[in-house]
Design a protein around this ligand. Sequence first.
Ligand code: KG4
Ligand code: ZN
Length: 363
Amino acid sequence: MTSHQKVKYVLGVETSCDDTAIGIIDSSKNIIANIVLNQNNYHMEFGGIVPEIAARAHLSCIDIALKKALTKAKIKLEEIDLFCSTGGPGLIGGLIVGNTFCKTLAWSLKKPFLAINHLEGHALTARLLYDLNYPFLLLLVSGGHTQLIAVLNYGEYIRISTTLDDSAGETFDKAAKMMGLGQPGGPLIEKLSKEGNEHIFKFPRPLYKSKNPNFSFSGLKTAFSKTLNNLDINDNKHNLAASLQKTISDCLLDRTKLAIKIFKHIIKSNKVNLVIAGGVAANKKIRADLKYLSNKEDIKFYVPTIELCTDNGPMIAWAGFERYKHKKDTMFNFKPRPRWPLDPIAYKHNPTMRLIGKKGIKA
Ligand code: KG4
Ligand code: ZN
């Protein structure tokens, strides 16, 4: 199949972390399968994701996920026109499993294969769900990343800011670990928060109100850990969770407010579309707070459905479909990339990025 032939069904494989996810979309933006097999039980006893265990679990689950996806979509494998898989950033073992699996399917059926940047998958999900045009401002908040990105067009990204240390998701996860809650921490903290008072504990909000648009969460993590040392966690768990969630949300809002100004300057217009994406965007308080900010700033706000905020296959299929429409070649010689920044020349716009390493930032 050449890149000019018509595409009806697109398969997306996502194995960059601990979810084995396969999705199928059609060219009219219908999500006809969204299978996620999570590995939480495998990693539970270790208190975090063990890369080698994740890779082996992907290997044993991936064909099951494919069968489930095809059954759900009620189509045959031969009907898939375009095969896409996350090429990075992520854990190398899982990336190799997903890429090899997807490439092999595509090769055997003589169909094109595309390796997709995981961050691009999150970044473009809102366009799969809504009638959203470029440009837009993206707050990308996942387990590995916390970034504000000006998405100017397909493939044109300007990173306005990033975290200098931990990501927002990592902060939720580490706090949950310290409280002995399990993983992933974000949903567990959110659940406890529902019965807590968010004003009881005052935690530091690193870089709050600073003119530097970047994020920082390590000071918050340390302060949270010190607070835990001085009280009975069980008696205070709801208030601790709610106060932490509020602090993280405050930081995200404050940095986004500054980024809106910078974005207006970049696009030379006051018409702003704000999008949030990534696992942390599943948090209802964070969604509500950003909606409030958007109303106050008189800008349009888009957020994917909860199941499309966390890692999923349809986002990879959609980003692949967008890429394909830009007539990009098939990518059978692609090597999975543990680090793969969306915007490799970010340092030109934000000098702090210069300090973060030439292979790209960690979070
Ligand atoms: O995007 P994602 O599924 O995987 C990565 O690309 O990293 O994001 C996972 C992160 C984890 O840190 C998890 O704790 C966080 O998203 N998360 C949440 C919620 N659901 C997932 N954080 C806060 N509230 C949630 N409801
Ligand atoms: Zn993700």
